[in-house]
Design a protein around this ligand. Structure first.
Ligand code: SF4
Ligand code: SF4
Length: 745
């Protein structure tokens, strides 16, 4: 083939490839850019660039699994470095001896990455062959992924490297190799030696064919990638760049102003149609690699529920592409003028309301729930954040799931009926059980010291406001923790006060369920109370309260210095204000509450408290710290029945019992209730030792300071149902709780 023909063929392939790539890239850009606004994506450029460096260029998250992580690392960097060889291939079209430089060091780097990518391909192939038989098994992280496309991609990457090494090997024979006789480009040299028998004429044909072959494979690869799930190769970089910082898992966004006076017909409440997704959520969808790391860690999926965060993203992505022509043609995708939130002014009614404003046949597109995402999928999420934490491309699943819940609650009034009582209790009585403010101080009975109750402003000599939380004030088991914390703070000489009857639910359960209106009502009320009391520093015992006040109230104007009790206790232990002395000689395992650990990265302090207790042997569970497994109560699941699959709290408790621990410790009242329930059920079955106890780390610590009894005064057992005096789940939405009657104890 003459040089002219070689150039013509090479440029023709390039022009065709470029045209397809540009057309597809423009389509994807328009599809993403036409999404709803996503405020706050450009506010912390330093953190965004740092994440890009660490997670994209450093492959930080992927390297947590060393085998596939290293393979990904070398493939990613191989793509960048081997871009130089593509330039060289184009140069060779025009001048057969072209090289960016004749420096053998560059030849070595190129060959090194070519071989590294081949080894990485071997690793991916081995992983996929091993996982393939299990592909239809729910336990495989590739369950539901498009594995055929993955095989084809591996084949194409192999094609890129094979043509590269072959044309360089042939160049060694023809004398066109730009790195002279040096053996630094070791792979090309070795291949050249193997091809030496061809003779110069045949080698020249191989060289030409492989250069054109490489150009063809590269453009074919680009076109294929942009039309498959492998488009993540190009779109995951901006997705990481624009994810929430400092980490993708964080405070939920506030919906538009919920003041009815300020609503317009364009106001969107949550996500009900594909057109409601923000541009960042659309970018999330097309960035998914289908690696299944999220699915692998999801407690709902692990307990045989229908929810897989990966499949949620894949199903939404499929629907996004199905709807693309309509979206790009500007079809109306916003709520119609009559779509006012049904929950404004009252907690929304539960399931039973029939037919939403955007039915499946609505011209604006089909409703996401249940047409794209089944109801059982949507309501199975505990918002534990394991999916976001694991996702190598920083997809924010929790935000999208809660946005869909918001639409279901605020617009469609479709949600599990058993949550209705909890919402009404929070709205009318200020706590999920409906016990009312009069019961909020009962936990203090039995303490042998007084705690100031703030009725106007917090006294100058009081440092902390102790935010007790609904469970801490009203549930019998959680009250024991509250009392232990109070005694420990008192013993350490910390001055603190409580709001008593002025404290109200932070709104967390309503928010995770999707009732943003009720959350904002509660939040505004609490912020006003705290500001009018001139509170500056808060210590909270419930991670959900801690997360709401510290991370979510600032968006509504509430800025306070908030500590979790384990953070404060650890500080007091370090300072010597608390000196545990009694040896406990107990094996203790610690369960990370999701809203303390993953959501707020408080991992060390609770363990620090336990490590200060003499005799305690801390035994970690396999799933711990950022890989901790949810107790099943988050995402307002505490208030919903768990009818599908196995119970999450039992799954977690079995793991804790498997450590042989004497004590299962935690730092959240809801985790405590869930784990305690599961432990008791295992003990009743005879499959767990009677001696195992579930305790907050504060209670473990207190045992080492003083000999304590079973706790303070008698208290009602609030349970999980929203019905006072019951530990069972709600049978319906009627009952005495709404009356706020305090049950006899
Ligand atoms: S937040 Fe937790 S429960 Fe929800 S999808 Fe993610 S991993 Fe699953
Ligand atoms: S971890 Fe992220 S990239 Fe992987 S399947 Fe889940 S959503 Fe997709």
């Amino acid at each position: 083939m003459t040089v002219d023909v070689r150039i013509a063929v090479g440029l023709a392939i390039t022009a065709l490839g470029l045209a397809f790539v540009a057309w597809r890239a423009l389509f994807l850009f328009r599809l993403v850019a036409s999404g709803q606004p996503a405020p706050g994506r450009f506010t912390d450029v330093g953190a965004q660039l740092k994440a890009e460096l660490m997670d994209v260029f450093g492959q930080r998250k992927l390297l947590k699994r060393p085998g596939p992580g290293l393979a990904h690392f070398f493939t990613f960097w191989g793509f960048i470095v081997l871009f130089l060889t593509i330039i060289e291939a184009y140069g060779d079209l025009f001048s057969p001896t072209f090289g960016i430089t004749g420096w053998p060091g560059l030849g070595f780097i190129e060959d090194f990455f070519a071989v590294a990518v081949l080894l990485a391909l071997g690793t991916f192939t081995t992983i996929r062959i091993r996982q393939n038989p299990a592909r239809r098994d729910r336990r495989s992280r590739f369950y539901g992924s498009h594995t055929r496309a993955a095989w084809f991609t591996l084949l194409m990457i192999f094609g890129v490297i094979a043509t590269l090494l072959l044309y360089r090997g042939a160049q060694v024979v023809t004398g066109n190799f730009p790195y002279g006789k040096s053996w630094w480009p070791f792979a090309s040299r070795a291949l050249g030696a193997a091809l030496m028998g061809l003779g110069k004429g045949a080698a020249l044909n191989v060289e030409t064919a492989m250069i054109l072959g490489q150009i063809l494979v590269i453009w074919g690869f680009f076109v294929f990638v942009l039309n498959s799930k492998h488009m993540h190769i190009f779109v995951s970089e901006p997705n990481v760049l624009f994810s929430r910082r400092p980490k993708a898992l964080g405070p939920l966004g506030t919906t538009p102003d919920l003041d009815p006076e300020k609503m317009t017909e364009d106001t969107v409440f949550g996500t009900g149609l594909i057109g409601h997704l923000t541009w960042k959520q659309r970018l999330d969808l097309i960035s998914c690699t289908e690696c299944g790391r999220c699915q692998d860690q999801c407690p709902a999926w692990a307990t045989d529920k229908p929810l897989s965060p990966k499949l949620v993203i894949m199903d939404l992505r499929e629907h996004l592409f199905e709807s693309a022509s309509g979206l790009l043609a500007g079809q109306p995708m916003l709520p119609k003028p009559n779509e006012v939130p049904v929950a404004v002014g009252a907690a929304a009614e539960g399931a039973g309301a029939s037919g939403g404003a955007n039915g499946a046949d609505a011209p604006a597109g089909k409703s996401l729930v249940p047409n794209v995402i089944a109801e059982d999928v949507l309501w199975s999420c505990t918002t534990c954040g394991a999916c976001v934490e694991q996702c190598p491309v920083d997809i924010e699943h929790v935000d999208t799931i809660v946005d869909m819940r918001r639409y279901q609650v605020l617009i469609e009034a479709q949600f599990p009926s058993e949550a209705n009582l909890m919402l009404r209790n929070v709205e009318n009585r200020g706590d999920p059980w409906g016990l009312g403010s009069s019961q909020r101080s009962a936990w203090m009975e039995g303490l042998d010291f007084d705690i100031p109750v703030v009725d106007s402003t917090i006294p100058d000599d009081v440092e902390y406001l102790f935010w007790v939380g609904c469970a801490g004030a009203l549930d019998e088991r959680a009250r024991r923790t509250t009392q232990a914390i109070a005694r420990l703070l008192h013993q350490a000489g910390i001055s603190f006060a409580v709001l008593g009857p002025r404290e109200s639910c932070t709104g967390d359960p309503a928010r995770r369920l999707g009732n943003e209106y009720l959350f904002q009502m509660q939040a505004q009320q609490n912020i006003e109370t705290l500001q009018s009391a001139q509170v500056k520093k808060i210590v909270a015992s419930c991670p959900h309260c801690f997360n709401s006040i510290a991370r979510e109230y600032p968006a509504l104007g509430g800025n306070f210095e908030v500590y979790h009790h384990t953070q404060l206790l650890e500080k007091l232990l370090e300072a010597g204000s608390l000196r545990p002395q009694v040896r406990l000689e107990q094996k203790v395992t610690y369960h990370d509450p999701c809203y303390l650990g993953r959501h707020n990265e408080v991992y060390d302090e609770p363990r620090g408290v336990l490590n200060h207790v003499p005799g305690v042997q801390l035994q970690e569970m396999h799933r711990c710290r950022n890989k901790g497994f949810c107790c099943g109560a988050g995402g307002s699941r505490m208030w919903l029945e768990e009818k599908i699959g196995t119970r999450i709290n039992v799954n977690r408790t079995d793991e804790a019992l498997g450590t042989g621990a004497d004590v299962i410790s935690t730092a959240c009242p809801y985790c405590l209730i869930m784990l305690d329930d599961a432990t008791k059920s295992r003990q009743a079955e005879g499959s767990a030792p009677e001696s195992v106890r579930v305790m907050d780390v504060a209670q473990v610590l207190e045992q080492s300071l003083v000999a304590v009894g079973p706790g303070g005064g008698a208290a009602p057992t609030a349970g999980r149902s929203g019905q006072a005096g019951s530990t069972d789940q709600a049978e319906g939405d009627s009952g005495g709780a709404e009356t706020g009657e305090v049950p006899e104890t």
